[in-house]
Design a protein around this ligand. Structure first.
Ligand code: HEC
Ligand code: HEC
Ligand code: HEC
Ligand code: HEC
Ligand code: HEC
Ligand code: HEC
Ligand code: HEC
Length: 646
């Protein structure tokens, strides 16, 4: 998964962004045994290779096992009122909520840029009877609506620190609205990365929610379908950092906690450094590609376990960075001298305690105290007197962790976590990537923690490389070539590993080996006949190879699996039209227009459909709407319409 599809629409030759879900094989636990920690569960013989790390990873914490249940935040309040309240108030404790919780506090006035115009549409946020609707309309020059569409918003994602986006629930499928709130400017505007073809909403995958909600019940093999109730707890909850609470609550209620420290619940501050940091990194580490291990699901990770046994995060190899994307607080902290020289003593929780956030007026003092846990006041090259001239509180962070304005696209650090001696100068411009086929384009963020010959990590690297978006075809081909060297053995080891199969198919496709690509994707459909991303891949291949009938069948299955996603139906409608099955094509068009009434391409198709099926009056009415949607092209459109009659 490339986490943040942004920037220009993907080039036709590289792989569209599809969710890749896979699994995990050989575990590298020996390194952890050697690395120390871990007094309990001492019997390494019980470790089963190629198994669930929640069962096999040696740890004294008993709540990492899959059978230990999550109990929800309410279960903790009575005994931990202080921590519960402090966390609930923090941004993470408000990361996702039903929209009814915030509707009354939101702004809907003109000063907040409501309504606003973008991409030829008028967007508007409206509140009616406690419900919130996001609307988009095309208006004629007199201001009358040509087309209108609205969705009832169900959830708000984001506490509003930087901004908020909104989710709606289209019959069990979650979509992100094209309208977002931007806190910096205090305005409504188009959601980052949205364009014409995503205006009816972008599918929201579990991969996205895993960092923003407590738990979501995603339906396996689908892009954005969820079981009801969709969420268990809305905002990030206690158990995402402390692990499932069932055992702890029981043992504390029974008063049978006898250990000198409590092994039924994880306190991150008791973990060894890399495990401690993994608790935060499950959500704060982005990388360029984040690949779920074979057989793992998005929410499988549990605090106390190493993250890399669940997912692999890849960053560009030195010299192979293709984008000037800023990096996360995690990447930056790892670059800092404080982190490297303290040998892991410095972690996120050296400075941040989710239960003790400083108020804005106390933050200078608060963070200064954190620095002074390791530094002397005199450790700074500047004498205190001089420092106090610049900052009367002698704020270490004012000089060493300067803050850029909060970015609109929220997934980059704004506070400089590299903790530099001197504020950075502007980065030198990046030269275009000239890939070296002999060197991997991507490296595993957790390289240091991997066992030599970790085959799971190797498989994940193959998948990440198959998704590589170098801006040139040459780079993509080099990546695809590299991907194959990892994926071919991975698929041989585990023929049922659909994620690896699908990635291999894409790599073959990029290398102009389409028939092998098709054979590969068909094999993976045998394993997982209804996996949405695999079907999309198969449909795309078939269509490009002009295998109309096969493509049609695939799109039809996709429409059945995800009926509310207009792009599948559009593909289907176009193929039906090509096959002159006009009645069926018309039906699809009508459904699409309910969701995307301003979809010009579909209206064109509909005009043709009505003419072919002998309904000239409806064709004319449809054509009249088309003319209004494309007023500049009147002349050409009329000519086209005339031609259709012949
Ligand atoms: C019946 C009371 C009770 C309930 C319910 C309860 N706890 Fe505790 N918990 C305690 C007591 C007592 C301690 C030990 C004293 C302390 O640290 O407050 C403790 C300790 C902890 C610790 C620190 C452990 C350590 O090793 O430092 C964490 C973390 C924790 N609880 C989290 C939770 C979470 C999360 C929940 C809800 C899922 C929860 N507790 C529910 C009573 C409870
Ligand atoms: C389940 C995912 C998740 C985990 C685990 C997580 N975070 Fe966060 N964190 C987020 C999200 C999402 C936000 C943004 C919340 C918002 O504003 O809506 C955030 C915001 C923050 C912020 C900025 C807001 C503030 O509180 O000042 C800090 C600092 C932070 N996290 C630190 C941590 C630390 C430290 C840990 C580990 C102990 C951690 N996070 C674990 C997802 C997570
Ligand atoms: C790997 C975890 C991760 C994934 C995946 C992720 N986010 Fe985030 N997101 C974060 C964290 C952490 C923050 C807070 C970062 C900060 O403040 O520096 C954040 C911040 C945000 C914010 C701003 C919240 C606020 O209160 O200011 C929005 C909106 C957002 N993300 C939307 C999304 C959407 C939509 C997706 C999926 C398409 C997504 N994110 C995927 C981790 C993630
Ligand atoms: C984003 C991660 C995160 C979440 C979510 C979180 N905690 Fe914590 N919690 C921590 C960390 C980190 C510590 C250790 C703080 C320290 O000692 O530096 C901690 C410590 C604790 C402790 C030990 C006592 C203390 O204050 O040090 C308790 C009890 C606790 N948390 C309860 C809860 C409860 C209850 C919730 C949910 C309402 C919760 N936590 C949510 C990260 C989290
Ligand atoms: C967990 C311990 C720890 C904490 C907390 C910590 N540092 Fe450091 N820091 C170190 C160590 C160790 C070094 C390396 C010292 C050396 O090289 O002798 C260092 C080095 C530095 C340097 C020199 C950087 C360079 O590139 O040479 C600066 C500046 C610095 N720290 C500032 C801070 C500031 C400001 C804070 C608080 C926001 C902070 N540190 C918090 C451990 C820490
Ligand atoms: C040496 C201290 C220090 C360490 C270590 C540290 N942070 Fe921060 N962090 C800060 C400071 C200072 C701020 C700015 C706080 C403010 O302005 O309110 C900040 C801000 C943030 C924010 C808010 C967005 C932003 O960029 O300003 C997030 C999210 C965050 N930190 C996450 C993390 C995570 C995750 C880690 C561990 C990888 C981490 N931090 C480690 C000091 C630290
Ligand atoms: C007014 C700005 C300012 C403030 C405030 C400040 N520093 Fe510095 N600090 C500097 C400068 C400038 C340097 C030297 C950079 C250079 O020329 O190498 C430095 C250097 C350092 C170094 C590296 C020392 C060495 O010998 O390598 C450390 C560590 C450090 N500061 C820690 C701190 C801590 C801790 C605080 C807060 C108590 C702090 N600084 C406050 C500006 C500041």
């Amino acid at each position: 998964m490339a986490i943040f599809p942004s920037g220009p629409a993907s080039f036709a030759w590289y792989k569209p962004l599809l969710g890749i879900v896979g699994a995990l094989a050989l575990l590298s636990v020996v390194g952890y045994l050697l690395a120390g920690f871990l007094k309990g569960r001492p019997n390494p013989k019980t470790i089963v290779v190629n198994d669930d790390p929640r069962l096999t990873f040696p740890t004294p914490f008993r709540n990492v096992y899959p059978e230990v249940m999550y109990v929800g935040d309410e279960a903790c309040v009575a005994c931990h009122p202080v921590q519960s309240e402090s966390f609930r108030q923090s941004p993470m404790g408000r990361s996702l909520l039903p929209v009814s919780n915030v509707a009354a506090q939101e702004r809907y006035d003109r000063k907040s840029n409501n309504p606003f115009e973008k991409l030829g549409f008028l967007f508007q946020v409206a509140q009616r009877k406690g419900k919130v609707y996001h609307r988009q309309a095309r208006k004629d020059p007199q201001g009358y609506a040509i087309t209108e569409h609205e969705d009832e918003v169900a959830y708000v994602l984001g506490s509003g620190n930087r901004g908020r986006c909104y989710l709606f629930n289209r019959e069990g499928y979650l979509y992100q609205s094209p309208i977002s709130w931007f806190s910096g400017k205090q305005t409504w505007d188009l959601s980052p990365g949205f364009e014409d073809r995503t205006l009816s909403g972008r599918p929201i995958r579990a991969d996205c929610l895993v960092c923003h909600c407590n738990q979501a019940h995603a339906v396996k093999d689908t892009e954005n379908r969820y079981e009801s109730p969709i969420f268990e707890g809305y905002a990030i909850g206690c158990e995402r950092c402390h692990g499932p609470g069932e055992l702890h609550v029981k043992s504390r209620q029974n008063g049978d906690a006898t250990e000198e420290w409590d092994n039924t619940i994880v306190n991150p501050s008791r973990l060894t450094s890399s495990l401690r940091d993994a608790v935060c990194e499950q959500c704060h580490l982005f990388g360029q590609y984040s690949i779920l291990g074979r057989g793992r699901q998005a929410f499988d990770f549990r605090p106390g376990l190493p993250l890399h046994l669940f997912r692999s995060v890849f960053v560009a190899a030195p010299g192979a960075r293709t984008e000037d994307k800023d990096i996360s607080q995690v990447d930056q902290m790892y670059l800092s001298r404080c982190f490297r020289a303290s040998r892991g003593q410095l972690g996120c929780i050296s400075c941040h305690n989710p239960h003790d956030r400083p108020s804005p007026d106390k933050k200078e003092v608060y963070y200064r105290n954190q620095c002074l846990q390791c530094h002397q006041e005199t450790g700074c090259s500047l004498p205190p007197m001089v420092r106090r001239q610049k900052s009367k509180e002698d704020s270490c962070i004012a000089c060493h962790m300067p803050q850029a304005p909060l970015a609109e696209i929220p997934h980059t650090a704004s506070t400089d976590h590299r903790i530099l001696r001197k504020p950075p100068k502007a980065a030198p411009p990046r030269s275009p990537l000239v890939p070296d086929p002999g060197k991997s384009l991507l490296v595993n963020f957790y390289e240091q923690l991997l066992e030599a010959g970790d085959l799971d990590a190797d498989r994940d690297l193959g998948i990440a490389l198959s998704e590589f978006q170098g801006r040139t075809r040459q780079a993509a081909r080099v990546a695809a070539q590299q991907a194959l060297t990892h994926l071919e053995p991975a698929v041989q080891r585990h023929p049922d590993d659909v994620g690896a199969q699908e990635a291999k198919a894409w790599a073959l496709w990029l290398l102009d080996r389409p028939y092998e690509a098709v054979v590969t994707i068909e094999a993976s459909l045998k394993t997982a006949p209804n996996r949405e991303s695999t079907l999309q891949t198969a449909a795309t291949f078939a269509e490009d190879l002009k295998q109309q009938q096969a493509a049609l069948e695939y799109w039809r299955r996709l429409v059945e699996i995800n009926p509310g996603l207009p792009s599948y139906r559009s593909q289907l409608a176009n193929l039906l039209a090509l096959q002159k099955d006009w009645p069926a094509a018309i039906q699809e068009c009508q459904v699409i227009l309910k969701i995307e009434p301003a979809n010009v391409g579909i209206r064109f198709l509909l005009v043709q459909g009505y003419l072919r099926t002998g309904e000239p009056a409806r064709a004319r009415a449809e054509f009249a709407t088309l003319l209004k949607l494309r007023p500049d092209n009147g002349e050409a459109l009329r000519r086209w319409f005339e031609e259709q009659h012949r």
